[in-house]
Design a protein around this ligand. Structure first.
Ligand code: NAD
Length: 252
């Protein structure tokens, strides 16, 4: 077996930006062959072992993604389900297409990807599945019905994968960050500042950090360090867990 073949292969969804990019870079630094993924064109995945584009709203594209990886590069040993989208609206105005998109990317894609990588993980008796949920996987906020439902669902999926994976050497865990300053959040801050006629700093402190005991955004590195450990061989007995990286939000 050549060196490249003996190094673990990881697929990190949504790794062109924000938290996913941080996790992909950190795994690459740990010597892992990282397949970056996103919805953007090829250039977005520059610097990684491979970049694959797939729209996770489309179930066929999701399963094709794993088929392509396995055919060209071999079995995925580490799957990080990170890609996620947000849409904010009162429940009575929440459109069904938006609801379906959020459920598709944030919940159905992690299920389909986990199912697709499962047989190869089972055969090798090794697998790591890490789902990037959110503090909204255990707490709700107004205007985020689809996101909160999807993230609660993702934690349920994580627990089931953990139980089924336990005899097979496959672990499944979830990370639940509070607010991390990424495009997903900066877009919301900009929109709220405009809507309320207040500064972006005021939106950050009055709206976003209101529920966190620590009034600071969670650094991307906090998430990536936890991720790196949970997908390592050393984390073999940690499974079915949801780790809160929420600045004390849920301590109340
Ligand atoms: P981001 O907006 O910076 O990046 C999103 C990524 O998802 C991009 O790489 C994009 O290509 C990919 N993506 C979006 N739509 C896609 C689609 N239809 N098909 C395929 N890929 C698609 O987001 P982020 O803030 O880094 O969030 C990453 C994850 O962390 C998400 O699951 C999010 O819910 C979760 N999270 C974020 C925060 C936060 O405060 N930023 C907090 C808790 C949880």
């Amino acid at each position: 077996m050549g060196e490249a073949e003996s190094t673990p292969l990881a697929l990190v969804t949504g790794s062109t930006s924000g938290i996913g990019r941080g996790i992909a870079e950190s795994l690459r630094e740990a010597g892992i062959r990282v397949i970056a993924h996103g919805i953007e064109p090829e250039a977005a995945g520059h610097g990684f072992f491979r970049y694959l584009r797939a729209d996770l709203r489309d179930p066929e594209a999701v399963t094709d993604l794993v088929r392509k990886v396995e055919a060209e590069l071999g079995p995925v040993e580490i799957l990080v389900n990170n890609a996620g989208i947000q849409h904010v609206a009162p429940v009575e105005d929440f459109s069904e297409p938006k609801w379906n998109e959020i459920l598709a990317v944030n919940l159905t894609a992690p299920f389909l990807l986990s199912r697709a990588v499962w047989p190869a993980m089972r055969k090798r008796r090794f697998g790591r599945i890490l789902n990037i949920a959110s503090v909204h996987g255990v707490r709700a906020s107004e205007l985020k019905s689809a996101y909160v439902a999807a993230k609660h669902g993702l934690i349920g999926l994580t627990k089931t994968l953990a139980l089924e994976g336990a005899p097979l050497g496959i672990t499944a865990n979830a990370l639940c960050p509070g607010y991390v300053m990424t495009p997903l959040v900066t877009d919301q801050i900009r929109a709220q500042a405009k809507a309320h006629g207040i500064s972006e700093d005021e939106v950050s402190s009055r709206v976003f950090l209101r529920k966190q005991a620590i009034k600071a955004f969670i650094p991307v590195e906090t998430v990536t360090e936890m991720a790196r450990f949970l997908v390592s061989r050393e984390a073999a007995t940690i499974t079915g867990a949801s780790f809160l990286l929420d600045g004390g939000w849920t301590a109340q």
